[in-house]
Design a protein around this ligand. Structure first.
Ligand SMILES: Cc1cc2nc3c(=O)[nH]c(=O)nc-3n(C[C@H](O)[C@H](O)[C@H](O)COP(=O)(O)OP(=O)(O)OC[C@H]3O[C@@H](n4cnc5c(N)ncnc54)[C@H](O)[C@@H]3O)c2cc1C
Length: 466
């Protein structure tokens, strides 16, 4: 079997890249290790509830995301989050306090002390860090905005996005847009105002203003639509075990696990597998990059879904949900009020609550039995939300290596990836450890990757014909 391009991994990065290449007329094949596609994306309808085991939604930060969804036929299936989802809560002193979304609300909120609020006025006058100093998110935020802002705004935000630890994440790599504000404008506050104008020109949307969306039957619809469009260009139960370059044909040869006699030849390969898998696959080509990719940490995260057909006693679930700062010493990272966000997640009188446990903060908590985990989550929600009663459904999903952490030194790893790609024409390394972890980021990046492959193949096709 000979292909123009083999895409390794059937998560959103792989599916979107394969779709774009197939549409451009290339003969592609996507190889996915598991028996179902989607990677981190997985939704299920169960007993009147719709459960998203991985991402619940994503942000439409670029018109490219909306256009892609429209193009693959999901325009009428997309659902934007309800208006009340704009309310987001942070736990402070055991109480849920709304995250202020406007300057007057910021001045009025009890989430930050007066000292913390006054500290922000100093921000425009603080000098940028020296060029050669790579800072963690904690160092950067404490320097610019103060410790309380780190504890009660950034720490919970980082837990919500990366399940990460701001003491380890690189500000430059993990929150590149915030880092760029300091570099470009010398201040986050000045940059927020001036940057808004520039974003408008580029038709980009600020993360705090971008709309959150999913689909009527959950994020899985994205996967199902792409798999349908790809047809027989997707092969499941196909774990790539090794690859090598055939010096005489200039083609790469891929071997699948458990089928020694089956070999696929291809002009190019796009890796969208997790970093630790890609590391292993390229070990004969670049041992140094293998070591570097293996340094990317993927902490475990467990998702616990509780579904109630009727909620008898519970605070008003009038928002996206809540996040918990580390200093609050709780046993969950946060909780999404899924049935407030989107329709069809629970019966009308009921509720669907999605809780995340573990991450870099408390990986050990993910190791409990399902029964202990469910009990722990219920106990926390009883305390925080006043939620009483027994759930009608409990679903637990363990992501043993969930989300790549863009820690200090991440950019140096990506520089090596770029150098590898230059030295090995036809090999492209992609996936959520490069250029953003959100589903939306992966969709946007798939366009860039597909373009790069296409350019190279077009060139190669000509030289092969010669
Ligand atoms: C619990 C959780 C919650 C999240 N919540 C959100 C959210 O609310 N919003 C948001 O935007 N993002 C969220 N994310 C992040 C987002 O879902 C992921 O970053 C994104 O889906 C990753 O897509 P990917 O294709 O790059 O990687 P993956 O989805 O990890 O796909 C990689 C694929 O490679 C396959 N593979 C591995 N080894 C091989 C091999 N040898 N051969 C062939 N295939 C192989 C894997 O089986 C997998 O299918 C969440 C992630 C997790 C885990």
């Amino acid at each position: 079997m000979q292909k123009d391009c083999i895409i390794i991994g059937g998560g959103i990065s792989g599916l979107a890249t394969a779709y774009r290449l197939k549409k451009a007329g290339l003969n592609v094949l996507l190889l996915e290790k598991k028996d179902q596609p989607g990677g981190a994306i997985r939704s299920e309808v169960c007993d009147d509830f719709l459960i998203d085991y991985g991402p619940n939604s994503t942000l439409e930060t670029s018109p490219k995301i909306r256009d892609f969804v429209d193009e693959i036929g999901l325009k009428d299936r997309r659902v934007y989050a309800s208006d009340s989802a704009k309310n987001r809560y942070i736990l402070r002193g055991g109480q849920l306090l709304a995250l202020p979304m406007s300057p007057p609300k910021f001045l009025a909120t009890k989430l930050f002390s007066w000292q913390a609020k006054l500290r922000l006025f100093a921000e425009p006058f603080i000098k940028p860090a020296p060029e050669d100093k790579e800072e963690t998110i904690s160092q950067f935020v404490t320097r610019r905005l103060g410790r309380e802002f780190l504890d009660y705004a950034i720490n919970p935000f980082v837990a919500g996005v990366y399940a990460g630890d701001p003491d380890r994440l690189s500000v430059r790599s993990a929150v590149a847009k915030i880092y760029a504000l300091e570099k470009k404008y010398g201040s986050l506050i000045k940059g927020a105002f001036r940057g808004a104008k520039e974003r408008k020109k580029r038709a980009e949307v600020d993360k705090t203003k971008a709309q959150l969306f999913s689909f009527q039957n959950g994020m899985q619809e994205l996967v199902d639509a792409l798999v349908k469009l790809l047809g027989d260009a997707v092969k499941m139960n196909a774990a790539v075990a090794s690859l090598k370059k055939n010096p005489s044909s200039d083609l790469y040869e891929i071997e699948l696990a458990g089928s020694e006699n089956e070999m696929v030849q291809t002009k190019s390969i796009v890796f969208t597998s997790p970093a630790f898998v890609t590391a292993d696959l390229i070990k004969n080509l670049d041992g140094d990059l293998t070591k570097s990719l293996n340094k990317i940490t993927y902490p475990p995260v467990t998702m616990a879904f509780l579904g109630y057909k009727k909620t008898e006693q519970c605070r008003d679930l009038d928002g996206f949900g809540f996040l918990i700062p580390k200093v609050e010493n709780r046993k969950i990272l946060g909780n999404i009020w899924s049935s407030t966000l989107f329709p069809n997640r629970a019966p009308v009188a009921g509720a669907a609550l999605t809780t995340f446990v573990g991450g870099m903060r408390q990986p050990e908590l993910t190791e409990q039995s399902d029964a202990d985990l469910a009990e722990m989550v219920q106990s926390e929600l009883r305390d925080i939300l006043g939620l009483q009663g027994t759930p009608d459904i409990i679903k637990i999903k363990r992501w043993r290596r969930a989300i790549p952490q863009y820690e200090l030194g991440h950019q140096a790893i990506l520089d090596k990836v770029e150098s590898f790609e230059r030295r090995h024409p036809g090999l492209f390394i992609s996936g959520n450890f490069r250029d953003g972890i959100s589903v939306g980021d992966c969709i946007v990046n798939s366009e860039k990757v597909a373009n790069n492959v296409f350019e190279e193949i077009k060139h190669k096709t000509i030289s092969l014909v010669e």
